[in-house]
Design a protein around this ligand. Structure first.
Ligand code: HEC
Ligand code: HEC
Ligand code: HEC
Ligand code: HEC
Ligand code: HEC
Length: 362
């Protein structure tokens, strides 16, 4: 059941407001707060130390801003990032060989969104709606902007594909990719990375939930996504068998800098008696050695868990070991610690934290 309560906003609060994300805060405070501490807001050189470390070495710095700053700005600064309108004014996606591109809406304050109940509609302020069998008419819409609910890309996740689809370097090597073909309206980028959270989407039309704008992923909220990974642990006398089921429609980690790691630990009377590690990555390079992404012309290693892959890993247990408890931990480093060292990232940097996705104890 939806309620369209009369809008009693002082319009003076809105006049002269430019379309920056802070404009949206007054009416969408929950979403704004989540966005402010998300990877999208923190995509600039000033706020993302990892981006800065690599960007400062890249030969064609401007090319990076195509996705790290949105909507495009004439004079981007070190703290330009992805604004609310960087997504909500995407009209369509243009396929490209090197990367895709976003085609932006040019009409002022014309935003796109998705909602099954409104599908196909364009909602303007003071749009008359009748309720109670025509006995009552109520207003809906936003006093700040028009909303177009007829753009399918907001329902099927394609809206993410201008930036997240694929990226090739000048040598024609694909550095990272996600594939939308296997997704549908029931399950896509939005359903997993923007789950419904409690709290109203607007302060004016009250809803129970809103789409999470913290964009859980490797940078933030990794524990929210663990449910899409299953891990089982079976121990025999000679070995530990770990089965990892990646139930996501993309490689478990997509960025070539990441290092996924499985740690197993055996205990006896609460003390560690044995531990082992196994890492998984997709590393780009040349002449068989890892290199900066822009120099790479081959994949030097690829044992990352692929889309929807179930992998069985067996780890031998040394003969003389007896144990009464086993533990398996699946997690990752945002940046491969070896690469971090080369980039001069300090050992105690929080960029080198081990993030945990899944833990099983038996
Ligand atoms: C003056 C208040 C106000 C401001 C400022 C405002 N909005 Fe809204 N917005 C609303 C209201 C009210 C609705 C709900 C309209 C409805 O469904 O009847 C809404 C709905 C939306 C929706 C669609 C939600 C849905 O139901 O799917 C999007 C997307 C959106 N706003 C984005 C933005 C962005 C981005 C900004 C900043 C550039 C912004 N809004 C600024 C009031 C505002
Ligand atoms: C086609 C769009 C696109 C272009 C162009 C692009 N990036 Fe990115 N970048 C992304 C996306 C999307 C992510 C997040 C993906 C992920 O985490 O797997 C990302 C993530 C990153 C990260 C990881 C950030 C972190 O905090 O973990 C770094 C570093 C980075 N990009 C550097 C660059 C550099 C340097 C360039 C230019 C040489 C560049 N990017 C060009 C889309 C792009
Ligand atoms: C305008 C380009 C752009 C669009 C559109 C976009 N993203 Fe991103 N996204 C990025 C960039 C760039 C980053 C990496 C920022 C950084 O960490 O520096 C990123 C980061 C992320 C992350 C965090 C990745 C990590 O490693 O933690 C997730 C999750 C994500 N995006 C999901 C989405 C989803 C879902 C959509 C569609 C609703 C979307 N993005 C639309 C550019 C975009
Ligand atoms: C079934 C749920 C699911 C769907 C659908 C899904 N993802 Fe993910 N995504 C995950 C999980 C799980 C992870 C790994 C956990 C993490 O990074 O915290 C992840 C990780 C990511 C990352 C971070 C990767 C990295 O290397 O840091 C990005 C970016 C991302 N997804 C973008 C997308 C985009 C874009 C789409 C749509 C094309 C999408 N995801 C569809 C569940 C999903
Ligand atoms: C990375 C892309 C991206 C960014 C950045 C982004 N949004 Fe969204 N937003 C979406 C997608 C995708 C949805 C879900 C589909 C839809 O309803 O449009 C959504 C949904 C919404 C909704 C409807 C939520 C609901 O549950 O009904 C509102 C309101 C909204 N966004 C406002 C904002 C505001 C305000 C900002 C900035 C503070 C913002 N968005 C930043 C992609 C984005």
């Amino acid at each position: 059941m939806k309620y369209y309560i009369p809008l009693l906003l002082t319009l003076s609060a809105l006049s002269g407001a430019g379309v920056s994300s802070s404009t949206c805060k007054s009416c969408h405070p929950k979403i704004y707060d989540e966005y402010i501490s998300s990877a999208h807001h923190l995509s600039s050189a000033d706020s993302d130390g990892l981006f800065k470390a690599i960007w400062s070495k890249a030969p064609n710095k401007k090319s990076c801003l195509k996705c790290h700053v949105a909507p495009p700005k004439k004079n981007p600064t070190m703290n330009s990032s992805i604004d609310c309108t960087g997504c909500h004014t995407i009209k369509s996606i243009k396929h490209g060989d090197m990367t895709n591109s976003n085609i932006y809406e040019k009409r002022e304050k014309y935003f796109y969104s998705a909602q099954q109940s409104e599908r196909g509609e364009k909602l303007k302020y003071e749009h008359e709606r009748s309720g109670w069998f025509g006995l009552n008419s109520q207003r809906s819409g936003s006093p700040y902007h028009t909303i177009d609910y007829s753009n399918d890309i907001y329902y099927n996740g394609k809206v993410c594909m201008g930036c997240h689809s694929h990226k090739k370097n000048n040598n024609g090597l694909i550095l990272c990719s996600t594939d939308i073909k296997s997704m549908n309206e029931k399950q896509n980028c939005i359903t997993c990375h923007m789950p419904d959270k409690s709290g109203s989407a607007t302060t004016i039309r009250i809803s129970k939930t809103h789409k999470y704008h913290g964009f859980s992923g490797s940078r933030f909220g990794e524990n929210m996504l663990g449910k899409y990974i299953d891990m089982q642990l079976n121990a025999t006398k000679k070995s530990l068998v770990i089965t990892i089921d990646n139930r996501t429609p993309h490689s478990l980690l997509t960025h070539p800098m990441r290092l996924l790691m499985l740690k197993v630990i055996l205990y006896k009377n609460g003390k560690v008696v044995y531990s082992a590690k196994k890492s998984f990555a997709r590393i780009v390079g040349r002449e068989g050695k890892p290199s900066a992404p822009w120099l790479a012309n081959e994949i030097v290693r690829d044992d990352m868990l692929k889309a929807n892959e179930k992998r069985v890993i067996s780890i031998d247990i040394p003969k003389n070991i007896t144990y009464d408890k086993t533990e398996a931990v699946l997690g990752y480093y945002l940046i491969n610690p070896k690469v971090a060292q080369k980039l001069g990232i300090k050992k105690n940097s929080r960029l080198l934290k081990f993030h945990i996705l899944k833990r099983v104890i038996k």
